[in-house]
Design a protein around this ligand. Structure first.
Ligand code: CP3
Length: 345
């Protein structure tokens, strides 16, 4: 038993009683913070993601600034792909860009499992961070097989994921081989982080919401379920998140999550009934809402907290990542509000 075990964040993940919902923000490290912009200055994203001291600093900045109840390791979903030799870059304002997008079985064959030595910088960073964090738990994360596949096949961000879906529908065998390999990579990436001290994991399937429930069940769920089940022995809560996944919430819970992340499109009481009993929820204030006047933010945050009580556990978050132009002062005030509003309600 460590101090982190008793944190509000881990208690809520375990569906135990808490004095107020824990709160953290997806993409809480990033351009919204002046100290982030200063620390990153001329350092390219991928270089920042492989420097243990810088990873530690960037992970800790939002904890110091906002007083959030959890940290998330500073990295990116494509870091393990780069670590096994995929030629890619993370371009500011764009996202991951793959030099030679995947199209054939020969391309897929190159995706070998991740060895811990491939990401020794991450092991070192997690140890540095957890030593500093004390009772605040650290979340480790990985990209889910579908979302990783979408970047590898499209070569970069895409609106309709046309190439991804074409491969999925026309070459199912190759598709399942690809997702199986990506699942193995995600498992390796998560196991390194938990082995070094991360106390929860989040599987980001950011673009799964582009799929119908039956396609999700057939082409994607078995692979995400394998990721979640192959980290179950680590005994840390598993959060499963995607955007636009209102119709998939039940299936995302079924995949094996302890906590299902919900974007802003579905109220949490509705999400709770879709996800079913026994799972906590995370979310779900619209990231654009923090640009509104404070009275509007407070009103909507209260509503999120009230609806979150329908679930057996609720972790307050935005429905997706912090937008770059966000006023950090508003997020600090929001954290204080979540801690106080719920305690007095
Ligand atoms: O949440 C955190 O604070 C931890 C850090 C984190 C990053 N990426 C850092 C980052 C996490 C959890 C991610 C995950 C990630 N990366 C996802 C899943 C989460 C989501 O938002 O849906 C996805 C889809 C990616 C791929 C990716 N990487 C995108 C879409 C972008 C944004 C492009 C841009 O510049 O707008 C990136 C780059 C990235 N990852 C940045 C950060 C802080 C911005 C890089 C910079 O500051 O130059």
């Amino acid at each position: 038993m460590t101090a982190a075990d008793d944190s509000v964040f881990l208690r809520a993940c375990r569906r135990e009683p808490v004095p107020h919902p824990p709160v953290w923000f997806m993409r809480q490290a990033g351009r919204a913070l002046p100290e982030y912009r200063a620390a990153r200055a001329d350092i390219p994203m991928l270089q920042a993601c492989t420097s243990p001291d810088l990873i530690a600093e960037l992970t800790l900045q939002p904890v110091r600034r906002y007083g959030v109840d959890a940290a998330i390791i500073f990295s990116d979903i494509v870091v393990p792909l780069k670590a096994i030799g995929v030629d890619l870059d993370i371009v500011a304002g764009v996202g991951p860009v793959i030099a030679k997008p995947i199209a054939t079985s020969r391309d897929v064959d190159l995706l070998r499992p991740l060895e811990p030595a491939d990401v020794d910088f991450l092991d070192a960073a997690v140890r540095l961070v957890t030593a500093e964090l004390g009772a605040t738990p650290l979340i480790g994360f990985a990209g889910a097989p579908f979302t990783l596949a979408s970047y590898l096949i499209e070569g970069g961000p895409s609106r309709d994921l046309l190439l991804t879906k074409s491969l999925m529908y026309s070459e199912p065998e190759l598709w399942h081989d690809l997702l199986d390999r990506l699942a193995t990579i995600a498992i390796g990436f998560l196991r390194v982080q938990v082995g070094a001290g991360a106390r929860a994991v989040q599987l980001f399937d950011s673009w799964a919401g582009t799929l119908s429930p039956s396609d999700y069940r057939h082409y994607v769920l078995p692979h995400s379920a394998r990721v979640l089940s192959e980290v179950a022995d680590l005994a840390v809560p598993r959060i499963h998140f995607g955007v636009g996944t209102g119709e998939l919430l039940g299936l995302m819970g079924e995949a094996g999550a302890d906590v299902v992340g919900v974007d802003w499109r579905v109220p949490l009481d509705v999400a709770a009934s879709r996800v079913g009993p026994g799972r906590a929820l995370q979310g779900n204030l619209d990231p654009a809402l923090v640009f509104a006047p404070w009275e509007v933010i407070a009103d909507r945050a209260s509503d999120v907290i009230a609806r979150g009580r329908s679930a057996p556990g609720h972790i307050f978050n935005l429905g997706h990542g912090v937008l770059p132009g966000t006023d950090p002062g508003v997020l600090t005030r929001l954290v204080e509000f979540v801690h106080q509003d719920a305690a007095t309600a």
